[in-house]
Design a protein around this ligand. Structure first.
Ligand SMILES: [Mg+2]
Length: 191
């Protein structure tokens, strides 16, 4: 058996946790890209009370564990695997995250939990953490972030797609966490 540690970074929203509302983000991103031909990647940072309230509703109470958290717990007990949670969710949502992880028995699964404390742009935050942790794989559900990180070639970027953008061509795309983890495990077995 190999002694090499395989470090996997996981996004939270849309990867470890499933949010039934997340699908609404896809058309917005597409409209921005197709109609306004927006080139530079930039995410809205909720600045005022009302924006924060909306974000809390969308990203707060509605989170369910993704299909695959059981496999994640199982893999985390194998010393070959090391999991790191990397979430760019904004600081005002971070208390919810700790509670959610506890409630779902997922706190101990992760060697590190990396929060975007300074509310940096999500793609830049993830790029920085990925470099620091030197992960071999990173799993994210946001196509813009996936494409940005994939260009950096620091790690293999696995994408969790939703039904709206599932036809988008990408080499490592999966419908949910369990499939992505199995994809990673299979890839490692072929070394
Ligand atoms: Mg996400």
């Amino acid at each position: 058996m190999m002694s090499k540690k395989i470090r996997v970074g996981l996004d939270f929203d849309g990867v470890v946790a499933y949010n039934p509302f997340r699908v609404v983000r896809a058309p917005v991103a597409m409209v921005k890209k197709k109609i306004f031909r927006e080139k530079k990647l930039k995410f809205l940072i909720p600045a005022n009370k009302w924006q924060r309230m909306i974000w809390s509703v969308v990203f707060g109470s509605s989170m369910l564990p993704a299909q695959g958290v059981e496999l994640l717990r199982e893999m985390a007990t194998d010393p070959r695997w090391e999991f790191h949670l990397v979430t760019a969710r904004f600081s005002f949502l971070q208390d919810d995250l700790a509670k959610w992880l506890n409630k779902n028995g997922l706190t101990d699964v992760f060697k590190t939990i990396n929060l975007n404390k300074k509310d940096d742009q999500p793609h830049l935050f993830k790029e920085e953490i990925m470099k620091r942790l030197n992960v071999h794989y990173f799993v994210d559900d946001n196509l813009d972030i996936v494409e940005y990180l994939a260009k950096k070639k620091n790690a293999k970027i696995y994408w969790i797609y939703n039904f709206i953008d599932r036809s988008y061509p990408y080499e490592f795309k999966y419908p949910y966490l369990e499939k992505a983890l199995r994809g990673i495990a299979t890839n490692e077995d072929t070394f």
